[in-house]
Design a binder for this molecule. Structure first.
Ligand SMILES: Cc1cc2nc3c(=O)[nH]c(=O)nc-3n(C[C@H](O)[C@H](O)[C@H](O)COP(=O)(O)O)c2cc1C
Length: 174
């Protein structure tokens, strides 16, 4: 799958098989996460990998009601922003930087046959507080995104059509 095919065929996966994700695949996903651009090259991200089933279930229980896919995931990754590494002139960019890292991981995983779903954390303070407590995070580390990963129960879909909307594109002036 080339990059364009990876982007065009990716789809959120919420039901996973029991198959584990190897350390080498996990490392490739994390390499992709850290390869992306970031504002002022601040790279404010940190990653917390959770494989423990009980902890995954707790994370699902204690965050939003839409975090259920963690319960059957092979692993979960919490993408965190390190407040000490944020670009001081514009710390708000950290959420953009961690989002890029998240999507890079999702796409890298997809290219290796691994499905995932992005589970929103930030900017919901109750989600942030729940993960901070559960994962024992220090005050300068903010959880921003959660991803459930695993091998898809259903076959990987082909590239989908119908999302391209020409009327969303504007040239030169609105
Ligand atoms: C910021 C963000 C938060 C999301 N949160 C959730 C979530 O809590 N639970 C969930 O099942 N899917 C979540 N999703 C996945 C979206 O529902 C999904 O991307 C969207 O429906 C489009 O489907 P697709 O990913 O298959 O293209 C989230 C996606 C993003 C980008």
């Amino acid at each position: 799958m080339n990059t364009f095919e990876t982007i065009m065929s990716r789809k959120s996966v919420r039901k996973f098989t029991d198959e584990a994700i190897s350390d080498s695949d996990l490392n490739a996903m994390l390499e992709a996460a850290m390869a992306g651009p970031s504002a002022a090259n601040a790279r404010p991200f940190e990653f917390l990998v959770v494989r423990d089933k009980e902890m995954l279930a707790q994370m699902a229980e204690k965050t939003s009601k839409y975090s259920g896919p963690l319960k059957n995931a092979a692993l979960g990754i919490v993408v965190l922003a390190n407040k000490n590494r944020m670009f001081p002139d514009a710390p708000g960019y950290a959420a953009v930087d961690t989002s890029i890292a998240t999507e890079n991981m999702i796409l890298a995983a997809w290219s290796m046959g691994i499905g995932s779903v992005w589970l929103g954390v930030w900017p919901s303070q109750s989600n942030i507080d729940a993960l901070t407590e559960l994962l024992n995070l220090p005050a300068d580390i903010e959880p921003q995104h959660l991803i459930a990963f695993g091998y898809p129960e259903d076959p990987m879909p082909n590239a989908r059509e119908g999302r391209f909307e020409e009327n969303r594109i504007h040239y030169e002036k609105w």
